[in-house]
Write a protein that binds this ligand. Structure first.
Ligand SMILES: NC(=O)c1ccc[n+]([C@@H]2O[C@H](COP(=O)([O-])OP(=O)(O)OC[C@H]3O[C@@H](n4cnc5c(N)ncnc54)[C@H](OP(=O)(O)O)[C@@H]3O)[C@@H](O)[C@H]2O)c1
Length: 283
């Protein structure tokens, strides 16, 4: 297949290109090469390449940044997604839109199903949800993939932040009242490459299995690398006083995958173990 990827230099975009290129013709566009807020440019590139499918991974992902700059959040995450969807519309090109667990409010205490009511509590979640709505209203053939707590080799993420902090600090204070599923971008990219082989369009929750708090995630990272003498102290979110609220519980039931009989991603701890060993071997 000819696959066009937006946000190809991001965490997920990088792994998507690496995975997809094994069996497809991949056209990955960085932010610099394709700014999704420019409708004419998006249309021109899609019309020139004529891809069989577009995977739209580009987004403004700084959750606190979105809260402080809502105009940018809506311009990129909502209107940018509308531009990509419109470019796919005319030739009925299927679109994969990467969305987020933050479309939910976190009030539930059981994993969220794809059919659960959305109710984002921050600007990032609201702007990503607007993107979902454009995709659903403009296209017949789409995959909306909600995922959570991504980490991978490229870019900034929680795993790398913890490792950097651990180099300079003996005590790390980490939030213990937000629960979710850490997800390895390489596992997600692999699953997306399998999913797009079939026209099973719809909404999917795709995460590594199991869940934890950020505090438990940090403990697993430090333990996984056998870093000694580091104390991890659990704290509450309000102590950080960050601009954007986060859902306290955003575990996603991967129900659509289950219904289709498709294998789920592995447990988050084994995915993390592999990622840490990749980091170690690259040092
Ligand atoms: N990170 C998470 O924990 C998480 C969780 C759930 C869902 N998601 C979703 O998963 C997708 C991938 O996330 P990620 O972690 O890979 O994010 P990322 O590393 O921040 O990658 C996003 C990419 O989009 C690019 N971008 C930003 N504005 C753009 C624009 N106007 N036009 C074109 N490209 C633009 C960024 O480029 P610059 O850096 O140069 O601006 C970056 O390369 C996103 O849709 C995100 O909303 C992420």
């Amino acid at each position: 297949m000819k696959v066009l990827v937006t946000g190809a230099r991001g965490q997920l975009g990088t792994d998507l290109v690496d995975v997809l290129i094994r069996e497809n013709d991949v056209f990955g566009f960085s932010h610099q090469e394709l700014d999704i807020t420019k409708p004419h440019k998006v249309l021109k590139i899609v019309n020139e390449i004529k891809p069989d499918i577009v995977i739209h991974s580009a987004a403004y992902t700084d959750v606190d940044g979105c809260e402080l700059n809502p105009e940018k959040a809506y311009r990129v995450n909502a209107l940018g997604t509308k531009n990509v969807a419109l470019a796919c519309q005319e030739s009925e090109i299927p679109l994969v839109y990467i969305s987020t667990d933050y479309v939910f409010d976190g009030i539930k205490s059981q994993p969220y199903l794809e059919s659960d009511v959305v109710n984002p509590i921050n600007v990032y979640g609201k702007s990503k949800l607007e993107g979902e709505k454009f995709v659903q209203s403009l296209l017949k053939k789409f995959f909306i993939i909600r995922t959570s707590w991504l980490y991978g080799k490229r870019g900034r993420n929680f795993v790398k932040t913890i490792l950097n902090l651990a180099q300079n600090q003996r005590e790390l204070k980490i939030v213990n009242d937000q629960v979710g599923s850490p997800t390895y971008t390489l596992d997600l990219a692999q699953k997306i490459s399998e999913l797009i082989e079939f026209p099973y369009y719809g909404i999917y929750h795709i995460t590594n299995q199991g869940f934890c708090s950020w505090f438990e995630f940090a403990r697993e990272i430090i333990g996984g690398l056998s870093l000694k003498g580091i104390r991890i102290i659990p704290i509450e979110s309000r102590e950080l006083n960050r601009p954007a609220r986060r859902p306290s519980y955003s575990v996603l039931e991967n129900y659509s995958l289950k219904l289709k009989g498709l294998p789920l991603l592995r447990d988050w701890k084994s995915a993390l173990k592999e990622f840490l060993s990749v980091l170690k071997s690259n040092q």
